[in-house]
Design a protein around this ligand. Structure first.
Ligand SMILES: [Zn+2]
Length: 247
């Protein structure tokens, strides 16, 4: 396989990771995002993630319903076990500036979003296997779709005291599996292709759990049920429109 083509796939996939950081940029202009905003921003993050996970499910179903559902069940079991493990761990050291509970939540959302990027990296690599044109199209779609995902991550981190520049770095970090997975997936398309629906299902199973176990209860703690529901409904609709428009 030509080296230049492989390098090309890597660099394009790297761009998708950088795009995720753009989602943190609005917080450069919002000066005082205190805990008061935690309810609204958790609700917004919940809506964005919920719609994103259904987008992944439908994408997986195009490859195969049974494999997508199996993947989603594995993702659900996996994330429940991970949460159990994290609860025993006292100090997730990466978010040292936060309280234990906040740090655990931050770690969960960055972790879940990082896991779901593995599959998208495979998606990018596999699509380049179908030709440069298809590869560029899918890369652009994933890059654009990463922006609200970076926004969702930042919405959880920034009101808990993380600087927007660090939230941008965490967002980019969460997408680094994309360039890393794109290259092997491009080189071994036939091996990776059948695994895609499992990965898409896995990611959405974990993300849906995340929305209802972490983001919605947090939002309800700070804001009324009515306001939370309105924000979630609007952000699901916005994300859906966004996903259809970039297709
Ligand atoms: Zn995604």
């Amino acid at each position: 396989m030509e080296l230049t083509a492989t390098l090309q796939v890597f660099l394009f996939a790297l761009l998708t990771a950088v795009a995720t950081g753009i989602g943190a940029v609005p917080f450069a202009f919002v000066k005082s995002l205190t805990r008061r905003w935690l309810g609204a921003s958790n609700a917004l993050a919940a809506g964005l993630m919920l719609a994103a996970s259904f987008g992944l499910l439908y994408e997986g179903v195009d490859y195969g319903l049974a494999r997508t559902l199996a993947g989603a069940l594995i993702g659900l079991v996996f994330i429940v076990l991970v949460r159990k493990l994290l609860q025993r761990d006292e100090h997730p050291a990466v978010f040292a500036e936060m309280s234990n509970m906040d740090a655990r939540k931050a770690l969960l959302i960055v972790g879940v979003m990082t896991m779901h990027s593995f599959t998208e990296g495979v998606g990018v690599g596999v699509s380049f296997g179908g030709g440069l044109g298809l590869g560029l199209f899918i890369t652009l779609a994933i890059a654009v779709h990463n922006i609200p995902e970076g926004l969702a991550i930042s919405l959880v981190l920034v009101p808990r005291g993380v600087r927007w520049t660090r939230a941008a770095l965490w967002s980019v970090f969460s997408s680094l599996p994309q360039p890393l997975m794109a290259v092997p997936a491009f080189l071994f398309v036939e091996t990776f292709k059948p695994l895609l629906p499992y990965g898409l299902g896995f990611a959405s199973g974990a993300m849906i759990w995340m929305v209802f176990s972490e983001l919605v209860p947090d939002a309800l703690e700070e804001s009324s049920g009515n306001l939370v529901a309105i924000i979630i409904t609007l952000s699901v609709l916005a994300m859906l429109a966004f996903q259809v428009l970039i297709r």
